[in-house]
Design a protein. Structure first.
Length: 74
């Protein structure tokens, strides 16, 4: 039985928090996250574009949280 990561079922985090991750998860390195949808935080960290601000809202989020994300198909 596989257990889904809660972040893959709801989608609300990206509308309320900074979504940061290791830089190599970008598709311009060895990862799958489109680099065009990310922002650099440090030389080793990136975040989803739009989530590094006072009122975060990820650029990949389409519509309302939990309904559609451009990255779900990856």
């Amino acid at each position: 039985m596989s257990v889904l990561n809660p972040c893959m079922t709801c989608g609300a985090c990206c509308a309320y928090f900074r979504v940061s991750f290791y830089w190599a998860e970008g598709d311009d390195a060895s990862g799958r996250v489109p680099a065009s949808l990310t922002e650099s935080i440090t030389p080793f960290l990136r975040c989803m574009a739009g989530t590094n601000q006072k009122q975060p809202h990820c650029k990949a989020l389409i519509g309302v949280p939990g309904e559609k994300c451009q990255l779900r198909h990856l």
